[in-house]
Ligand binder design. Structure first.
Ligand code: PLP
Length: 392
């Protein structure tokens, strides 16, 4: 966006990436093409050596995809962005582009499980060491930094216990040691926080979730400074996780309503968390909007609202199964960020590979349930959970 830059994030979300052409279509055209005609060999040579051209071959770049990338850069306040075929394609490509054999990566323990598998299981095979550490207290970070540490990976709030880390404090410590900080901003969304404004170097998204918003697309994104994004693009070009133009269009359409969807869902999540706290069958509620949550003060400072994700504990694994299987309006499914509310049992889905000791170490009680709050009415959600909790 050039002239008339909006100050209200709702305006930004509606218009991000739209450009200013006086005769532009209001919906970005879907250029569903793998390749583009070349008028001359000279043009072919120029495009083949250019950075992220949009009219050579869609794995290099595509006009529809570029519109989404421009929108994402605007939303996160970054210089440039790359869209990917999934959140994990985005994360793995960003990490691979940022490290070399002999380097060391630090990863928050409170982060999406796929990221832990990437750094703990895959990177060491290529000579990159890693440690998965608890950085909920930002002072815990510095002792883990080594002379060869290049990257810090964090997420806030994070799966599944909605843990919060202090992005500004962690990014400042990392920067003082020459370490780049990447933040997975999937759960918070740019509606709630913009990690680049807090000193982070890069943002990663699973656009599958709230950016897309309708549970109909798998997509990802990386946003950051132009020079680093060029490095990520060079890795992306050979790793090949490019998004389809149609999926890029779906994410763009989702972004237009991200603000209104988040404003409503986050408000409902707070009301629901307060109600769950009063329910006799609920042992504990994890939601940063509650004053008893460990990350409440940091979340209140770093987020616009407290997010649309919450978790709560019931008495046992069997009771949790009864709730997950007993809901009617709410859907028992993995994933999050869609218009419909979802519930899942992390111990038997997202964290199923962990044994009981590992689950306990990660703070995942057998009776823990995770909820992605959607756009339904609060009274209907309360009724549905109340009925399911009675069955549990
Ligand atoms: N980051 C977070 C926070 C997630 O929840 C997920 C998926 O659940 C991912 C990344 C990976 O995204 P994708 O499934 O689009 O590859």
């Amino acid at each position: 966006m050039t002239d008339r830059d909006p100050r209200d994030p709702h305006s930004l979300m509606v218009h991000a990436g739209a450009g200013r052409d006086p005769d532009r279509p209001l919906s970005v055209p879907i250029v569903q093409a793998s390749t583009f005609a070349l008028p001359s060999t000279a043009r072919g040579a120029a495009l083949s050596t250019a950075n992220a051209p949009t009219r050579l071959y869609t794995r290099w770049g595509n006009p529809t995809t570029r519109a989404l990338e421009d929108a994402l850069a605007e939303l996160e306040g970054g210089e440039a962005a790359i869209a990917f075929a999934s959140g994990m394609a985005a994360m793995s490509t960003a990490v691979i582009a940022s490290v070399a054999a002999g380097d060391h990566v630090l990863c928050s323990r409170h982060i999406y499980g796929g990221v832990i598998q990437l750094v703990r299981d895959l990177l060491p095979r290529f000579g990159v060491a890693s440690d998965v550490v608890d950085v909920r207290d930002p002072k815990a970070l510095a002792p883990h930094i080594r002379s060869n540490t290049r990257l810090l990976l964090i997420e806030s709030p994070a799966n599944p216990t909605v843990d919060v880390v202090d992005i500004e404090a962690l990014a400042a410590t990392a920067r003082a040691h020459g370490v780049r900080t990447l933040v997975d901003n999937t759960w918070a969304t740019p509606w709630n926080q913009r990690p680049l404004d807090s000193g982070a170097d890069g943002v990663v998204h699973s656009a599958t979730k709230a950016l897309g918003g309708h549970s109909d697309v798998i997509a990802g994104a990386v946003i950051g400074a132009r020079g680093w994004i060029e490095d990520v693009w060079r890795a992306h070009k050979v790793l090949g996780g490019c998004i389809s133009p149609h999926d890029a269009w779906l994410v763009m359409r989702g972004i237009k309503t991200l603000g209104v969807r988040q404003a409503r869902a986050c408000n409902t999540a707070l009301e629901l968390a307060r109600w769950l706290e009063t329910h006799p069958a609920v042992k504990r509620v994890h939601y940063p909007g509650l004053s008893g949550h460990r990350g409440h003060a940091v979340a209140a400072r770093q987020m616009r609202t407290f997010g649309s994700m919450l978790a709560f504990e019931v008495a046992s694994r069997a009771a949790a199964a009864a709730v997950a299987e007993g809901v009617g309006l709410i859907t028992h499914a993995v994933s999050l960020g869609g218009v419909e509310s979802l519930i899942c049992h992390p111990a038997s889905t997202t964290h199923a590979p962990l044994d009981p000791a590992e689950l306990a170490a990660a703070g995942i009680a057998p009776g823990l349930l995770r909820m992605s709050v959607g756009l339904e009415g609060i009274d209907d959600l309360v009724d549905d959970l109340d009925r399911a909790l009675a069955a549990g």
